[in-house]
Design a protein around this ligand. Structure first.
Ligand code: ADP
Ligand code: MG
Ligand code: MG
Length: 429
């Protein structure tokens, strides 16, 4: 650990006095706690990891202490969750809107095009999804200058970390129960995180609505799953399928189509999946569409490209992808935009351009692979939402727990799995 810990500036007033030794002690305790409570991920360094259970595990990267976050914004984010759930549901029913909004993207992005093909097939046979289950996560950053809560994106497929985020909250509560007095922090300020329980309950409720006691819940994970037609499946939960890498051959596309054609409840259905794509989020943010769907923000007009070329650090260029590590920033973005402009290329339709958000920077102690690192960091808050509907009856529509991710402020991307961020929790102020 570097010595800066003694003279760092932090958002916690009492941190000035934190002794090097105390931090080391807390880190040690946190690492032991993580191993004992399953706050772990597969260790890429071990070849057998992921194949042999219990082999090749390492603690998940975490922030040592929870991140200060204003209670009012926290509440606002929680209150938005059911509204976004409802929005996704309504958009998913507007097949024409999805097809039209993505028609230009379809020409230049094969992945989106394949998803749209499945969607068209469902429209052709007039397939109705009567029971609809959405497990979403809306991500935000708190803009430092305006203090506004700004949405980064809305995830409708494979919303990650409902499990580990709960554990990090527990870890932080545990550490504050033991060291809170000395740190001037109170574990009661860390909100309970029930994401994993509520996600499980939502899946179980969907299964119940399906109303066949012999049916099972199938969870689609990465590394191909081909044998999907043998069972009566009530709910198919996709924890994979959001990136082209998950479809290495035609058989995966065929499987996705079969699932979509089946009577199983899909989480997400192809319409929910498409409704969550970045291009659709951009469409929804256009003023007139927004009025229709009652939502705000983002941008898309022709001057904006010139503006982004002039001020590349004020924008983020995002492809139609999920999972982190895909965005283009700064000079790279400028180069790409200049090239497109020269060529007059259509490729831009595969991307959205978004104003860059600059959240407040504060010192964080981050632990990755047993190594402690203190740095200036920024955070992104995700609020999980669950939605279940059977025909006209909304059975479930609620926010359910949160994910806080913290990353060094010099890093552009934010994914934990992608190696940019650490798991964190919230300290309400
Ligand atoms: P993905 O679906 O791959 O997670 P995101 O839109 O969440 O895509 O972008 C990945 C990361 O890039 C985010 O977690 C965040 O750290 C950063 N990011 C995305 N959009 C912005 C933005 N407008 N301003 C600042 N950072 C952003
Ligand atoms: Mg995403
Ligand atoms: Mg994201």
């Amino acid at each position: 650990m570097d010595d800066q810990i003694n003279n760092s500036e932090t958002s916690y007033s009492s941190w000035d006095g934190i002794l090097h030794k105390l931090v080391q002690k807390i880190v040690y305790e946190a690492l032991v706690w993580s191993s004992l409570h399953g706050l772990v991920v597969g260790d890429k360094a071990d070849q057998r990891s992921g194949e042999v259970p219990g082999v090749g595990l390492v603690h998940a990267p975490f922030a040592l202490l929870p991140k200060s976050f204003p209670r009012t914004h926290w509440q606002q984010a929680c209150e938005l969750a059911p509204i976004f759930n409802e929005l996704v549901d309504r958009v998913s029913l507007d097949g024409k809107f999805l097809q039209e909004s993505l028609s230009r993207t379809k020409k230049v992005d094969t992945f989106t095009s394949r998803l749209l093909d499945i969607h068209s097939k469902m429209l052709e046979i007039n397939k109705k999804e009567e029971i609809r289950l959405g497990l979403h996560r809306s991500d935000y950053m708190l803009d430092a200058q305006t203090k506004d809560l700004l949405q980064i994106e809305l995830n409708t497929i494979s919303s990650s970390f409902p499990g580990l985020s709960c554990l990090v909250g527990k870890l932080h509560k545990y550490l504050l129960d033991h060291y809170g007095n000395r740190l001037g922090l109170d574990s009661a300020q860390v909100p309970e995180n029930t994401a994993v329980i509520q996600y499980a309950e939502a899946l179980a409720s969907a299964w119940k609505e399906f109303n066949d006691s012999r049916a099972v819940i199938m969870i689609v994970v990465q590394k191909d799953e081909r044998n999907i037609c043998d069972q009566v499946v009530a709910v198919v939960y996709f924890r994979a399928g959001y990136t082209p890498n998950d479809y290495p051959s035609e058989s995966e596309w065929h499987a996705r189509l079969l699932v979509e054609q089946s009577s199983a409840i899909k989480c997400p259905s192809i319409s929910y999946h498409l409704a969550g794509t970045k291009k659709i989020q951009q469409e929804l943010a256009r003023a007139n569409v927004l009025e229709r769907q009652e939502l705000y923000d983002f941008l898309d007009n022709s001057n904006v490209i010139d503006n982004a070329i002039e001020r590349p650090d004020s924008y983020v260029l995002k492809p139609q992808r999920e999972g982190g590590g895909n965005n283009i920033y700064g000079d790279d973005m400028k180069e790409v935009l200049l090239k497109w402009k020269r060529k007059g290329s259509d490729e831009l339709s595969a991307y959205i351009l978004m104003q860059r958000i600059f959240p407040a920077v504060s010192r964080s102690i981050m632990v990755r692979n047993g190594v402690v690192h203190q740095d200036n960091a920024i955070s992104e808050l995700g609020i999980y939402g669950a939605y279940l509907r059977n025909k006209e009856k909304v059975i479930l529509n609620d926010h359910c727990g949160y994910l806080m991710r913290t990353k060094v402020s010099s890093s552009n991307e934010g994914g934990v799995a992608a190696g940019f961020a650490v798991l964190d929790s919230v300290y309400l102020t």
